[in-house]
Design a binder for this molecule. Sequence first.
Ligand code: ACM
Length: 530
Amino acid sequence: MRFIYILSILFVYGFAHAQPPAAIIPMPVSFVAGKGFFTLDNKVTIGYNNAQLKTAAYYFQHELLSQKGITIQQKEGPANILLVLKPAKKKNDSNAYQVSIKPDQVIISANDRQGIFYGMISMLQLALASKNNQLPAAEISDAPAYGWRGFMLDESRHFFGKEKVKSILNWMAFYKLNVFHWHLTDEPAWRLEIKKYPNLTLIGGIGDYLNPDLPAQFYTQADIKEIIAYAAERYIQVIPEIDMPGHATAANKAYPEYSGGGSAGHPEFTFNPGLEKTYTYLTNILKETNVLFPAGIIHLGGDEVSFGNEKWNTNADILKLRQRENLKDNAAVEHYFIKRMADSLYQLHSKVIFWDEMADADLPKDKTLMFWWRQEKPEQLRTALSKGYSTVLCPRLPLYFDFVQDSTHQYGRKWNKLYNPIEQVYSFDAASYAKNAQEEPLILGIQANLWTETVDNDRRLDFLLFPRIAALAEAAWLPQKRKDFKTFSVNLTGHLALYSKAGLYYYDPSKTLLHPEIPVKRKKPLNYKD
Ligand code: ACM
């Protein structure tokens, strides 16, 4: 009898452990199930040991009210849910948190406010997954594997607007993603108001990838302030990209005097690196940008310049620059330009990010980050890491979300026959890209990028982003050895229900609730590589 009793204890205990940790995505690093439940109802109070936590408590209260109709109240002194900011012990456990759920009290503790916020997000996910608002007793101890958990949205090619951006930021927070990279300028349109150069948006904001005549759409500086505040409340940094010297077509439409020309396929594609006034103009733009975006880091692009710099071979000012500075070819001109613009940013006390092409330029490694995007050029990542650049991994395969996610999908991109199903996003192993101990800390994290040539409405955006955003979050949060696609897939089922409730037009990888792929107009064949 005693033997059976022990066996049954083992069974229950073992079973509790075998359970997915209550559907939290990203899965916590450690989740130990306890006994009983904490009931989240209108009698519950929330308190904190430090007034700095008031706004985070408010966020949680508000989410519970809007998503579950539960009203919990803030209270001084003892409370049922207690937020505890602990003195920091060591620096490298930032954003770590603990949640202790017992039947009579929940304690969420962390060394920083962001950690407390993530503890509350885990609680929120438990609440949303619960039956009758009964949260299972548990001890959760959690911390992210990577500090950079990013998502990029291209709003030059299609403009989605403030409400959709806020919705994305809210989902990013729900998945503990913390960097929103905002691609605001490119060939079709310029979307960021710059007071000194109003035509950038009044003229450059006209049109999009499919329709060059659409009335101007852009973000005013007041809009930017609103979005930044919304993101900050969710512990998300917003980093703008002002792409240069290529992908500058929309800006050149507004101010042709700074254009360096282009090529047949990409007319007026570049700024003019041969004119002194170009540097003043772009620096003025960056001065406003750096005030608007307080992250202290700006992405300056630097990608694909060779697509559209044919005119550099014959432009008199650029040829003069080459002679004066002894620049042997167009790549040297590019690097000269990039160094000057990076310098302008350093003078504004900002760091700078470039796409991986610029790993070839010699820039100060303490103020410059690289984004490795060309998966077919692993040598470019090697160059970046061996030169000591902090690097974010966002290779097209599997982290470009404009790639299709199923063999039957007909719109969006492929790389030859390759595409980006959710399992490959999930399995992406950032740590495997470091070849030695010096390189390990240089890999800051991972990011998914959504280019929007084939994304001309919100439903299409949802279809490409959900649920791959959940896989991205877990790939960025969990160390490889803790990942488990089966458990993730089980946990995801509950999240798909949340997407339905939120009215999102998501893709269901299990195909049980299938939204069909919406046709989109395409200007290029499916298999284009650039
Ligand atoms: C890129 O996809 N051109 C960075």
